[in-house]
Design a protein. Structure first.
Length: 417
């Protein structure tokens, strides 16, 4: 293995010229074992072309060796060469020890191609040939989970666990966590939490902590959600997905001050997250912090000038503050595709009306009207505006429509006396 290890040493020191020299020597004079060893190492390091060259060299000598054909197929799949991968796999003899593994790789290949039924058939064939092999049950679980067949996924994963398989990929994947994901995806949150806890007992990871926190939030166990997500924040504050759910959990737990503090912290970690700025703005409104809310909304719009949700929330806030000029300035700076949002027409109609720009108010009310024919608040507002403008016939038509929703409104009824 001397030449192979020299190449790996050269790669470790980023000496590509020397690495190429030793690679060529392995190809030319290396033993079969050395070529196979180097192929495995290079595949792990991502040198797919060199790995492929070595496997093809070995296959030329051992054309019926199933393990080599499977390894070569895996390389081809990494290179998105589906045809070559399939060719390799279909050459594996059914009597070969590697045949079952070839079926698992074929199942992956067919799934990538969208041939889901064929993929399942390959997995079931493998299961029939080796009914007590837990890695096949795990593979079936993965397949069923990807197809949203959650009950079948849980059953397959649990079969793997019963056979003693609780982690794979050198501990990188927890089967308990997969069961938790399947339960959570099906809405069985309490069952999912049990398996997240078991996964965390085996190994604590940031993804598992987030899964635990998210599932606890979905289960409305906000105390447990806060515990898991705070633990995650302590371990990895850059895991920005946590902040929204942690804030929501605090808010649902009646701790709005802590919720907004979480969002402020989250925005220091992810200053380009427009959704988090919007969420922070909404929470600031709830806490009666209008100036901070306005700043959050404006930051969201800076990040995305077409972010209609933030625009409408800012308009609502500005109208509540009677800052009508601010509404007009904001809306007039928007592109046509955003101004087409009906709520924005309504908002700016009010602002124009309050600033005595009646023609503009009327134009925007007319644009908004088709979208709010069943909204009594709008109908009353628009009808009274038209009455003030002297358009009595149209005003009466709209106010009669309003009375269909609010027949006891004496203010409007009196206008028809």
């Amino acid at each position: 293995m001397e030449l192979a290890n020299k190449m790996l040493h050269a790669l470790e020191h980023e000496d590509m010229v020397l690495a190429k020299k030793y690679f060529d020597e392995v190809v030319q004079v290396g033993t079969d074992e050395e070529q196979y060893y180097l192929a495995e190492e290079l595949f792990t390091l991502g040198f797919l072309d060199e790995t492929e060259d070595l496997y093809e060299l070995l296959i030329a000598k051992y054309k019926d060796e199933g393990e080599l054909l499977v390894r070569a197929a895996e390389v081809a799949l990494e290179k998105d060469d589906m045809d070559s991968a399939q060719d390799y796999l279909e050459k594996v003899n059914k009597e070969d020890e590697a045949y079952i593994e070839s079926l698992l790789v074929l199942a992956d290949l067919y799934q990538m191609q969208g041939l889901f039924e064929v993929s399942e058939q390959k997995l079931l064939e493998a299961k029939q040939m080796a009914p007590n092999e837990p890695i096949i049950d795990f593979a079936l679980g993965e397949y069923y989970l990807s197809q949203a067949r959650f009950a079948s996924a849980v059953q397959s994963y649990q079969t793997a666990v019963e056979a003693g398989l609780t982690v794979i990929s050198n501990g990188a994947v927890s089967v308990y966590e997969r069961i938790a994901e399947a339960f959570a995806a099906s809405g069985a949150f309490e069952e999912a939490l049990t398996y997240y806890e078991r996964a965390l007992e085996d190994k604590e990871s940031v993804d598992t902590l987030f899964g635990m926190g998210l599932t606890a939030y979905q289960a409305k166990d906000y105390t447990k959600a806060i515990h898991a997500l705070e633990h995650l924040r302590e371990h990895d504050p850059s895991y920005t997905t946590l902040y929204s759910y942690l804030a929501k959990s605090y808010e649902e737990n009646g701790e709005a001050e802590k919720a907004i503090a979480v969002l402020r912290d989250g925005l220091t970690q992810d200053e380009f997250n427009k959704e988090m700025f919007l969420e922070a703005g909404n929470l600031a409104v709830t806490l009666r912090l209008p100036e901070e809310a306005e700043e959050f909304y404006r930051q969201a719009i800076v990040l995305d000038e077409e972010f209609s949700e933030a625009i409408m929330q800012l308009n609502k806030l500005l109208l509540a503050k009677e800052n009508y000029e601010g509404v007009i300035e904001l809306v007039e700076g928007l592109g046509e595709e955003i101004i087409s949002e009906p709520q924005i027409f309504w908002d700016v109609s009010v602002a124009y009306q309050e600033t005595e720009q009646y023609n503009k108010a009327k134009a925007n009310y007319e644009l908004a009207y088709p979208h709010f024919t069943s909204n009594p608040t709008f109908l009353k507002e628009y009808g009274l505006f038209l009455r003030e403008e002297g358009e009595h016939a149209k005003s009466q038509e709209i106010l009669r429509n309003y009375l269909a929703f609010e027949p006891e409104d004496t203010e409007i009824l009196s206008l028809f006396d």
